[in-house]
Design a protein around this ligand. Structure first.
Ligand code: GDP
Length: 179
């Protein structure tokens, strides 16, 4: 078996209803993980597991900032400080969630001014083509402004979700290796 490798805390951020829980469930589920059923610390909002990316194992702890908007924002603030990397989700069917992602990006910058924190802007629900409110080019342009990567996903179709998780690990490694 491979070594556990480096350990990273990845935080899911985004408006309510964009698909954070769906992402966390896919991560917690067996698909594509090295240990088929092993998800330690598998509480509601945190899941740790070893995944293989480019032939190298990485321990990823995924934190879900459930309903961060409805409470005082404490949990969100807390996660803003503890994450090594962020998946910033919006729904392509919900322009308000896209605007929320911009706000969260600005908040992140305030919390993490010094380091270059890996972030991927994730446009989820790309299966709902007829309900699209945010175009692919808008998403991509926003990511350029945010200075982060961009991907469109569908948690419902399990499309590109693991690509997003692997992408964030790759960015974390690049940062690690450049130190
Ligand atoms: P959260 O509030 O960010 O945790 O969002 P949830 O994961 O609870 O998702 C909100 C709703 O959107 C649920 O009914 C999900 O089934 C649905 N949903 C999540 N991701 C997708 C997706 O990629 N496509 C579609 N069609 N529905 C999705």
């Amino acid at each position: 078996a491979a070594e556990p490798g480096s350990s990273y805390r990845v935080v899911l951020l985004g408006a309510s209803g964009v698909g954070k829980t769906a992402f966390a469930s896919i991560f917690a589920g067996a698909a594509d993980s090295m240990d088929s059923d092993d998800c330690e610390l598998c509480g509601d909002e945190m899941c740790e597991k070893v995944i293989e990316v480019d032939g190298e194992a990485a321990t990823v702890t995924l934190l879900d900032t459930w309903d961060a908007e409805t409470d005082s924002g404490w949990a969100e603030d807390c996660h803003m400080q503890t994450g090594d990397a962020y998946l910033l989700l919006y729904s392509i069917t919900d322009r308000a969630s896209f605007l929320r992602a911009s706000e969260l990006r600005i908040t992140l910058r305030r919390f993490r001014p010094a380091q270059h924190t890996p972030i991927i802007l994730v446009g989820n629900k790309c299966d709902l083509v007829r309900r699209r409110e945010v175009s692919v080019s808008e998403g991509r342009a926003c990511a350029v402004v945010f200075d982060c990567k961009f991907i469109e996903t569908s948690a419902a179709m399990q499309h590109n979700v693991w690509e997003a998780f692997r992408g964030i690990v790759r960015q974390l490694r690049l940062r690690r290796d450049s130190r």
